[in-house]
Write a protein that binds this ligand. Sequence first.
Ligand code: ATP
Ligand code: MG
Length: 333
Amino acid sequence: MTSRTPVDLYGKAALPPCDGPRLKPFKYRKESIEFVSLLSEPPSSSPTGACAHVFKVKFGKRGYYALKIFKFKKIQDLRGEQWALSNENVSDDDLVFHSDPFYAECRAYGKIEEIEESMARKSSKASQRVAAQQIQSSTKQTKRKSRSQKNSRSQVTSKHSVDREAHRLAVPCYGFMGLPPTFEALLAERFGIFDWDRSSSDESMSQDIRAPFRALVKQLVENKPAFGRPRKMLADLKILRAHEIYQKDIAARNYMNGLLVDFGAAWTSPHWCLETLSRNQLHYELFSDLFEWDHMMREEIPSTVVRAAPLTSRLLSLRDYRELGHDMKYKNA
Ligand SMILES: Nc1ncnc2c1ncn2[C@@H]1O[C@H](COP(=O)(O)OP(=O)(O)OP(=O)(O)O)[C@@H](O)[C@H]1O
Ligand SMILES: [Mg+2]
């Protein structure tokens, strides 16, 4: 057993504390929080064992957001999950920081932010150049001109954020936050939620000194269709994959407003699975998003001709693929 790197959920440092992309804390985490409603399925009707509960919340005067509060995950459960045969040599840190749904989502969103920023920067390069020239000449001018410099800067910023919006690859995530364990009583009373999967040692402690909740703050999506244009959805998925973010749970319930919203099962490079699985395992695992995407589209938008999986692979039905993939896992481990 290796010792685990401590994590400060209330601090300023981005998470998780390991190699690869990280997510920043939510800027307004210190504002008062009001729970409005439960957005995810109520516990009684979610037999699939979701990894989190999602709430509509209000942060002080900042407005409404979606707050995804993650259940706790024991390290022995992570080790026991599907990759049990190949994870013996993986450190506790790598296992937790790559595979625990909270950290998996932090890493994926950390990387998504980098990609969106870089796409926005590229597409607004020309207008930034023009604005930069204006700024340069205005520095030599009078006070009045320095006001116009300010304006040019704000124009650059607003153009930049417009571009970022145009390059959204997922429902925006504004950062992570820790929530004091004392919220447990409120969530039980208001929403009948008790299933946080705490360890027995945590459970045996009084509520105020238990582990804090881990949460992500996202844009609230309400009254919007789950799907957008299939070509755009597929293009987004391919961009994510090209940057080695494999979402690993493509399903209609994980799309909102045409964008992916759930990265709790994602593999984001560097990831222990990408380094330790055999070639065959990786081949099937990495293609699964494409097969699942086609399957989802056949169910949800039968009229679409947009397909994700390459033609040759499509000759294999999804069921065959799953059986084969599952079989390969254990043959090649
Ligand atoms: N930003 C959001 N705005 C509005 N509703 C949301 C938002 N994020 C999630 N939800 C609702 O909560 C549900 C569960 O969210 P999410 O998929 O992130 O959690 P999960 O625990 O991983 O769920 P599952 O395991 O069922 O996929 C979504 O299907 C959606 O109905
Ligand atoms: Mg989900």
